[in-house]
Design a protein around this ligand. Structure first.
Ligand SMILES: N[C@@H](CCC(=O)N[C@@H](CS)C(=O)NCC(=O)O)C(=O)O
Length: 202
């Protein structure tokens, strides 16, 4: 039996898990779920009910996307994603997963957060984009000239942010960030992890 990855194609957390699993070339059974109708087995092994969740052959359950990335890359790290300043990677990913993700949700769904305008949420998100642009002025990727865990953990979220208003993003003042996102989203690896899967029916 293969390890099982409960996943959702468009979820940025699930994307980062699939990126790491794919780069290491680990074969897993991908179970593409419907978030509105989660399989009972998923909820049984991981009652918090989010994806991604990885279930190993020895029944160990890994239920955080970053932990899945580490689990994969600790076995083999063919592109040296872990070879970067660990503290810097951690700080950037934490900023992405907390503040930036919160602003992203508000920017994407301003009607659910009518306290402030969509433009305001976008401007809040730009604080993180600016920070990434500064880093990308120093290296081709966030922390060095090749990709690290930080790039792979963060770009699926920046992609979502950009997609809210592509015209704005493409004419925005972040040329390095645009190139970075373009390279990552057009990579063979990303195309592979975005291949469509049939929905798993429990
Ligand atoms: N901290 C979790 C967050 C995962 C997460 O929030 N995933 C979303 C989808 S992008 C989810 O499953 N939400 C549950 C739902 O929408 O019912 C991780 O890093 O894996």
């Amino acid at each position: 039996m293969l390890p099982i990855l409960y996943s959702y194609r468009r979820c940025p957390y699930a994307m980062r898990a699939r990126l790491a699993i794919n780069v290491v070339d680990i074969t897993v059974e991908i179970r593409e779920i419907s978030l509105r109708d989660k399989p009972a087995h998923l909820l049984q092994v991981s009652p918090k009910g989010t994806v991604p969740v990885l279930i190993l052959q020895n029944d160990i359950v890994i239920e955080q996307s970053l932990d899945i990335m580490f689990w994969a890359l600790q076995q083999y790290d063919p592109q040296d994603w872990l070879d970067a300043d660990f503290g810097k990677m951690q700080t950037l990913i934490t900023e992405n997963d907390t503040h930036f993700k919160q602003v992203l949700d508000r920017y994407k769904y301003p009607e659910r957060h009518p306290q402030l305008t969509q433009t305001h949420y976008r401007q809040q998100g730009e604080i993180f984009l600016q920070r990434l642009e500064v880093l990308l002025n120093q290296h081709i990727y966030l922390l060095k000239d090749t990709a690290s865990l930080a790039d792979m953990a963060i770009f699926p979220f920046v992609r979502q942010f950009a997609a809210v208003d592509l015209t704005w993003f493409e004419s925005s003042k972040y040329p390095k960030l645009q190139n970075w996102l373009n390279a990552l989203t057009h990579s063979v690896l990303f195309e592979r992890v975005m291949e469509k899967q049939p929905t798993y029916l429990a």
